[in-house]
Design a protein around this ligand. Sequence first.
Ligand code: GTP
Ligand code: SPV
Ligand code: MN
Length: 593
Amino acid sequence: MALTTNQHVLKWVDEMVALTKPDRVVWIDGSEEQLEALRAEACATGEMEKLNEEKLPGCYLHRSAVNDVARVEGRTFICTRNKEDAGPTNNWMDPQETYEKLGKLYDGAMKGRTMYVIPYCMAHVGSPFAKIGFELTDSIYVVLSMAIMTRIGQEVLDFLGDSPDFVKGLHAKKDLSEEDRYIVHFPEDNTIWSINSGYGGNVLLGKKCFALRIASFQARKEGWMAEHMLILGIENPEGETKYVCAAFPSACGKTNLAMLIPPKKYAEMGYKAWCVGDDIAWLRIGEDGRLWAVNPEYGFFGVAPGTNAKSNPNALATTRRNTIFTNVVHNLEDNTIWWEKLDKNPPKHAVNWKGEPWDGSDGTPGAHPNSRFTAPSVNCPCLSPEYNNPNGVPISAIIFGGRRAKTAPLVYQSRDWAHGVFVGSVLASETTAAAAGAVGVVRRDPMAMLPFCGYHMGDYFGHWLEMGEKLGDKAPKIFHVNWFRTDDEGNFLWPGFGDNMRVLLWILARCEGKVSARETAIGYLPYVKDIDIEGLENNGREFTHMMLDELLTVDKALWREDVEGIETFYAKLGDRLPAKLREELETLKENLK
Ligand code: GTP
Ligand code: SPV
Ligand code: MN
C-alpha cells in the first residue's frame, strides 16, 4: 500500500510500474520489522548470507556478479537537453532518445519480481540541507544498503508532504548485461535511471548519482556545493575543534583520513579527531558568512582491503555489527569474513569473492580489490558529536589530494582561493579499482569530481570561483596533499594513515596564521622544522628530516611535464574554462621557468 498521498509521487510510481511491470509493489516504511523480513528473504534466496551472530551481530555477506564489481564510468551518462551543458568530461546522450531507448530495456524488466519503493532523504530530515529522493528497485540488497546509507521511510514522506521537489530514481537489475548496463542522469528532470547492475555506486542511487551528479547540478543553480569530500574535526587539547574537508579521488584515502586516530603522542597531549563524513560533503554559506558542511549520508560504503587494526581501527570497529559486506572472503571456519591485509592469517577454509573455494595458497586475492563494507554511521567510534547537527560544521580548510608516485609534494598551500581552485582543477591521480578499467594510470581528476560532476567542468570551476567571491576573507584556505609519493622500488615515502595528523596540524596552524611557510613556484610549502616527525617510522626505519626534505621538494622539471598535461586538459574544456584559471596556469608556467 502506498505510504503517501503525494500525487506527484503516486503518478510517477504508477508510470514506472506500468513500464517495468513488477508482480508486486512494496513501499519501504523504514521499520525494523520490515527490514528484518527482507533480510530473511534475501537469505532464503541466497542473495545474502547471514554471518556469525556472536562475532558479527546483524552482519551479512553479499557477492555481486563477477562482471559487476565497480562503477562503470564508460556506461555513465549525463543527459542534458543541450550537449554542451554536460561538457567534454561527461558521456552524453539526448534525453528524449535515452528515455525511449532505455524505456525498451525497462519494459517488463521487473516481471516476476517485486518493486520496492524507497523514500529517502539526503542530509538530516528537516534541515536546510535536506533533499528527498525515491529509489524504485527490484533488489533487496539495494533496499537494505540504502537503509544503512540514507535516512529512509515514513519520516521522509511526512517531510516531503505534497511537494513535487524530489529526485526520481529507477533501478532494475534486469540480467546484468554489460552491453546494456546504463547509469543515466537527467539533471534537468531530477531523474536517474540505472539498469543491468547490482553494484554500489551504480545502484545505491542516493550516493554518487544523486548526492554528487544531480546535487552538483542543483547546487550550482541554488548557490551551494556538492563535493566528493570527507569532513573531519580536529580537537586540540584546549577543547576547540576545527573542521577540514578533503577531496581525494575514489580509493585514495578519504575514509582513512576521516577516521584518523591521532598518533600516541598527540592523543596523550589531548588531541582528538572526529569523523563527520567520509565521502560526500554538501556545503553552504552560513549566516555568519563562513562555509558550513554536512555529510548527506547515513552510513559508510568503504573499501575493505587494507582496513585493519593498525591502518584504520575505527573503520574496522565500525564494521563489527549491522554491516553488509560485498565481495570479501567468506571464512567458513567460523562464518566470518576476511580481506587482504586484514591480518596475516588468511583463512584456510574459505570462499573467495567469486564464490569459489579459496585458501590463499594460489596467490590470487580472496577479496576483490574494490570489495566494500556498508556500515551505519552510528557504529563509528569517532563519529563527531556534530554529525547530527542540521546546520553542519564550519570549514577552516579544504584539502585536495591524489595518488602521485612523483611530482606532488607531501603538502602545499595555495596562495589564495582562486589559486586554490586552480590547484583543485588540475588535481591528478592514479586510477584505482573503484571504477572498472585500468588501475594505476595517472589522469586529471579535478576536485576528485571527474566521474561525478553533473554538468560542464568549466562551469563547475566557474561556480567554485564564484563561491570564493561570496565567501571573501571568510573562505577556507585551500591545500594539496599527497600521501603516496614512492621511491624507485615503489615503497611509500610517507608512513601515512594516523601520522597524516602531523600534516593536518601544519595545515591548521597555517589557517590560524601560527606558522610561516616558504613560497615556491607552486605555492607555500612547510619548512622542514615545522612538521613534527618525532617518533615517526616508515617501513621499519626511523623517519628522518632528510626523508621529509625529499617529500617537500618541488622538482621543476617534473612540474614542467605536468604543465603539459594541464594544458591538454584545459584545452579540452574550451571557452567555458574561466579566464582566471588560464591566468593561474600562466603564472605557474612563469614560476617554473
Ligand atoms: P572511496 O570510498 O572509493 O571514495 O575511497 P576513499 O577515498 O575513502 O579511500 P580509502 O580511505 O578507503 O582508502 C583506499 C586505499 O588507500 C586503501 O587501500 C588504504 O589502505 C589506502 N590508504 C589510505 N590512506 C593511506 C595513506 O595515508 N597512505 C597509504 N600509503 N595508503 C593509504
Ligand atoms: C567511489 O568510487 O568513490 C566510492 C564507491 O565511494 S561508489 O559508491 O561505488 O562510487
Ligand atoms: Mn567515493
